[in-house]
Design a protein around this ligand. Structure first.
Ligand code: ASN
Ligand code: ZN
Length: 319
């Protein structure tokens, strides 16, 4: 099966056309030259969908950008690090407002959207591929605090891909070039994103800081504090109480912390999430393991390690 072959970038990546098939969860996969449920995109259009090929191109942009970022920044090949093939089936279902990763096919599905635009934005595809990385490594259980960390790891991946792809420099992570620290802004017809990493509570459901009630929340909300921690680690926090980047959980002075930049923050997070986390890691354990990763990469008492401690303290996760 060509889609199961290894072989780097376009050898490992494909987008198929589910053509509004509703057999969600089943692979829309080609075998040999016979396209089963998934149809090939042909010049001139193989689908009645007016925008059929645009969705496919957007999906491939996200797929290739995520693949390139993982390989060029981290030396990590595809989602599992083994360069295993994957694909996105586009045009799943009708007016379907979601995208998801399936650990059965180790592939992804995206809908055309209804209240959203077609779901193939960079951060959304990066998010779903992030689930593939988690599925191949820590396997964080998708409920409770570990589920929040699972979701957050995908959101973080989505933002890093956005920064990487928009930097246009083939390797540098330059947040100023365009990642917006919001998830799903570009698929939103209303302009309201799904999630806000700088101040998660702007969605009226996610908490900004850890508390004991976190474990009972939906994983797309309990991700909030870790998303915010990652923002603080990369970009720093503000001492201005009016700023979204201001945290009342910061203790001692200075009240504002400086970030270590997206590149280092991402290296630390990826190391911790893929080599140190287990399926049951919670916020407290995440703090210890992200700190251990920073200490190993940059040294004990390095400014990077200190920043990890401050960033977690700022979302109410202490030692
Ligand atoms: N888009 C969602 C996600 O990747 C789908 C879901 O909740 N299973 O988290
Ligand atoms: Zn997710």
């Amino acid at each position: 099966d060509p889609l199961r072959a290894k072989g780097g970038r376009f050898g490992a990546l494909a987008v198929t056309n589910a053509d509004h098939g509703t057999k969600a969860g089943e692979p829309f996969v080609n075998s040999g030259n016979t396209w089963g449920d998934g149809k090939q995109y042909l010049a001139g259009g193989s689908t009645t969908d007016a925008n059929g090929q645009t969705a496919a191109v957007n999906a491939m942009w996200g797929l290739a950008s995520t693949y390139d970022m993982l390989k060029n920044v981290l030396g990590w090949l595809s989602m599992d690090g083994q360069d295993s093939a994957t694909y996105i089936a586009a045009h799943v279902n009708t007016a379907y407002d979601n995208a998801y990763y399936s650990d059965t096919c180790k592939c992804m599905f995206i809908g055309d959207g209804s209240t959203f635009n077609s779901l193939g934005a960079l951060d959304v595809v990066g998010h779903e591929m992030g689930h593939g990385v988690t599925d191949a490594t820590s396997r964080l259980v998708y409920m409770g605090e570990s589920g929040g960390l699972n979701e957050s790891s995908s959101d973080i991946t989505g933002e890093v891909v956005e920064a990487y792809a928009r930097a246009g420099k083939g390797g540098a992570l330059v947040p100023a070039a365009g990642n917006d620290w919001m998830i799903g802004k570009d698929i939103s017809k209303s302009g309201t994103p799904l999630r806000y990493m700088i101040r998660p509570s702007r969605d009226r459901s996610s908490p900004d800081a850890w508390s004991t009630r976190l474990r009972r929340l939906d994983v797309h909300y309990s991700s909030g504090p870790n998303n915010r921690m990652f923002y603080f680690l990369a970009q720093g926090s503000s001492a201005d109480p009016a700023s979204d980047a201001h945290s009342t959980f910061l203790t001692g002075t200075p009240r504002a912390m400086s970030g270590i930049g997206l590149d280092k923050a991402w290296r630390i997070w990826f190391d911790a999430a893929t080599t140190r986390f287990t399926s049951s890691t919670d916020y407290k354990e995440a703090r210890a393991k992200v700190l251990a990763a920073a200490e190993e990469l940059y040294g004990k008492e390095s400014r990077e390690a200190v920043a990890v401690q401050r960033a977690y303290a700022a979302v109410n996760v202490g030692a």
